[in-house]
Design a protein around this ligand. Structure first.
Ligand code: HEM
Length: 229
């Protein structure tokens, strides 16, 4: 079983993500992106989207620092395990909480608002439901379990495992002692990645990262246009 979940399953889901994204890029580019529902409902979209996006960006930054940076680097820099977990749990917890509140608002809005619901595809619900589960499980570990049982040292197990996946030297044994809640979080995350090309999450791969650097576009109000005419 360990071989399936920690070696075969990650490559299956990552393979589906890559093939699905390339397929959609070639055959479905016209519908590529995250269709806005702002004209249907604005207020809750603003709250939910802002909280979710800022929260998740910080959470992803935390994942890079906690999983891709080897434990030895922190020790070389003189950062003790205790200090690392204090900071990671505080900032990871706050960011994770913001992301969870945001995704909950977005999910409730999509279900409860008749206009938004009527203009949603099955993929829109699947994307939000998967995000809700993945973020909820992550927070259950960082905010819940860590405060009850003490911080779990994922930099000695999950970190090396994920780096070995990336470098094609998978080692399932590293994952067998990981707490069950965290294991389910990771399994659900790979399902989310596999589903991403078939939902609005595809916009992850075309996020407008250069947006703040582009020259500004000048808009004129209709009133001033009218005056000039
Ligand atoms: C392969 C992918 C992933 C791995 C290996 C992974 C692993 C982890 C680990 C080790 C933690 C910290 C647990 C602790 O504090 O003891 C965590 C927390 C968390 N994860 Fe993930 N995760 C993955 C993907 C994701 C994705 C895709 C999302 C969201 C879309 C996500 C959202 C969260 C959240 C919200 C937390 C709690 C806040 C935090 O600690 O930053 N994770 N994850």
């Amino acid at each position: 079983m360990a071989q399936f979940w920690w070696v075969i399953y990650p490559y299956l889901t990552l393979g589906l993500m890559i093939v699905g994204t390339v397929y959609r890029f070639i055959y479905g580019q016209r519908k590529w992106g995250s269709k806005s529902s702002e004209v249907l409902e604005k207020k809750w979209l603003r709250y939910g989207s802002l909280l979710f996006h800022w929260g998740i960006l910080l959470v992803i930054g935390g994942h890079v620092m906690g999983l891709l940076v080897p434990l030895s680097v922190y020790h070389d820099l003189g950062v003790s395990n205790e200090l690392y977990h204090k900071v990671a749990d505080l900032f990871g917890g706050l960011a994770g909480f913001a992301a969870f509140v945001g995704v909950t608002i977005l999910l409730i809005r999509r279900i409860a608002n008749a206009r938004v619901r009527g203009n949603s595809s099955a993929g829109d619900f699947v994307a939000l439901a998967l995000l809700f589960i993945v973020i909820g499980l992550g927070d259950a570990v960082t905010i819940g379990a860590n405060n009850i049982y003490g911080p779990y040292e994922y930099r000695a197990t999950v970190g090396p495992w994920i780096r070995d996946i990336v470098t094609f030297h998978p080692a399932a044994a590293l994952m067998t002692s990981v707490p069950t809640l965290l294991q389910i979080h990771i399994i659900a995350s790979f399902a989310l990645l596999a589903a991403s090309p078939f939902t609005r999450l595809v916009h992850l791969w075309s996020a407008p990262v250069t947006y703040p650097l582009r020259p500004p576009i000048q808009y004129r109000t209709r009133a001033s246009m009218n005056k000039r005419l």
